[in-house]
Write a protein that binds this ligand. Structure first.
Ligand code: FAD
Length: 404
């Protein structure tokens, strides 16, 4: 019988320390600059690729951990270093996750290496689902994919919005509707390879937080991709559509399969921001003196820190559980993936706000990192499913009732 243990193994500890070193020595010192510049931090991505923190091997090794914990450790440390740079490094994995969730083994072999490139020739990927009129409601996507049998090509038309790495990625994975009458069950995912005509960046957004991560519209105008770019293949899609049209349940929805798998990863990033703010404000509270004593000697401050630590630890347990369940192929019967993302995201917002309070005026100005952490944290209650949508998923899962 396997013993239960919460202790990290030696490999996991080594990995955690190594990534922490990069976060501390490379990301932290660069964080303020790239937040101000609001640009993709290429020199940091290059540095990460050079030492092996950005690339297919790194990702594959992390995914090979059967406990599911390694990737969570990496993401917590990177977001501890800086959440914006972390997203710039990890935005690619959204596209990769979509290929893993929906692609055939041959498609995975072909496309995933192209998402990362090599240290000498770095590539990025993006995952494009959201549209101006279809955010939480992914069933109402307007982007259309029409099959041209004469050339064995798919023709994509539509506008995607809020896309991380959108328009600058080398590989875009686009979710489009093949049969709009079938809602989300009539959708499929397509790889748009580098250099394809008919795909371009629309407006780039100026954001509140994670500003080192590029977010933009992606416009598809008669964008033609080979038939082989349909993830999963046409035969499988035709079978699925036939089942849905007969009123039978088809296996998966293209976008949802990807989000489900990636939720603990998003939670792990939120956790990293929360931990950064907690550690900083704990140190500060011990040093800052008012009324002749350290402010931590007041329960009003010490109890905040106690709560912050408790919520962070609870969030980590939920993230690790969900990740372990996903890696062990245990179904999320109670919305455990959503729980981890929801709790960690809301914890990050709360903890970073409390950190500002503990620093007082120093927490509110840009000379100190705490206000940035609060700005960075807020996206974790919005993207990859808002907090409200996570609550819907959990409440539907536990009740079996179609709660609206
Ligand atoms: C920085 C950033 C990066 C992003 N990266 C990507 C990306 O790489 N790829 C991608 O495809 N998308 C991406 N997104 C999009 C993101 O996933 C969406 O913004 C998110 O899903 C919410 O959609 P929306 O903004 O249209 O809000 P809406 O869906 O319009 O929601 C507005 C409000 O209504 C609430 N609401 C909606 N429906 C319900 C309901 N049924 N019950 C209760 N409340 C409800 C929501 O919770 C929210 O509070 C990104 C967004 C941002 C800001």
């Amino acid at each position: 019988m396997t013993e239960f243990s919460m202790e990290l193994n030696d490999d996991q500890k080594t990995l955690q320390e190594w990534v922490h070193g990069f976060a501390q020595n490379v990301m932290r010192p660069a964080a303020h600059e790239w937040d101000e510049r609001e640009e993709t931090p290429w020199p940091i991505i290059e540095e990460a690729a050079k030492i092996g923190i950005y690339g297919i091997d790194f990702f594959a090794n992390a995914m090979a951990d059967k406990s599911g914990i390694s990737l969570m450790l990496i993401l917590e440390e990177l977001a501890w270093g800086d959440a914006g740079i972390c997203m710039a490094l990890m935005g690619t994995t959204l596209g990769v996750a979509a290929i893993l969730a929906n692609g055939t083994p041959a498609q995975q072999m072909e496309w995933i290496p192209q998402c990362f490139g090599t240290p000498d020739d770095i590539k990025l990927a993006a995952f494009a689902v959201s549209e101006p009129d279809a955010g939480s409601d992914v069933s109402s996507l307007r982007t259309r994919a029409i099959y041209d049998a004469a050339t064995d090509e798919w023709v994509l038309n539509g506008t995607k919005t809020w896309i991380s790495n959108g328009g600058i990625a080398n590989v875009h994975v686009v979710v489009a509707s093949v049969d709009p009458e079938l809602g989300s069950r009539g959708q499929a995912s397509f790889v748009v390879p580098d250099g394809t005509r008919g795909i371009r960046m629309g407006q780039k957004f100026k954001k509140m937080g994670i500003r080192a991560s590029h977010t933009a519209e992606v416009v598809l105008e008669d964008c033609r991709v080979p038939g082989s770019c349909l993830l999963g293949g046409k035969e499988k899609l035709d079978e699925k559509l036939a089942l849905v049209r007969e009123g039978k349940k088809a296996s998966s929805q293209a976008a949802m399969a990807t989000f489900e798998a990636s939720r603990p990863s998003v939670g792990a990033q939120a956790l990293g921001i929360a931990r950064a703010a907690y550690e900083y404000s704990l140190d500060y509270a011990k040093e800052r003196k008012q009324f002749g004593r350290a402010i931590i000697e007041n329960q009003a401050i010490a109890f905040k820190l106690a709560d912050m630590k408790m919520h962070i630890d609870a969030a980590r347990l939920l993230v690790w559980r969900a990740s372990w369940m996903a890696a062990s192929r245990k179904p999320f019967l109670n919305g455990e993936g959503s729980m981890s993302k929801l709790y960690a995201g809301e914890t990050a917002v709360k903890v970073t706000e409390e950190a500002i309070q503990i620093l007082g005026g120093y927490g509110y100005v840009r000379e100190y990192p705490v206000e940035r952490w609060h700005r960075d944290s807020k996206i974790y209650t919005i993207f990859e499913g808002t907090s409200e949508i996570q609550r819907l998923i959990i409440s539907r899962a536990i009740s079996g009732v179609h709660i609206r």
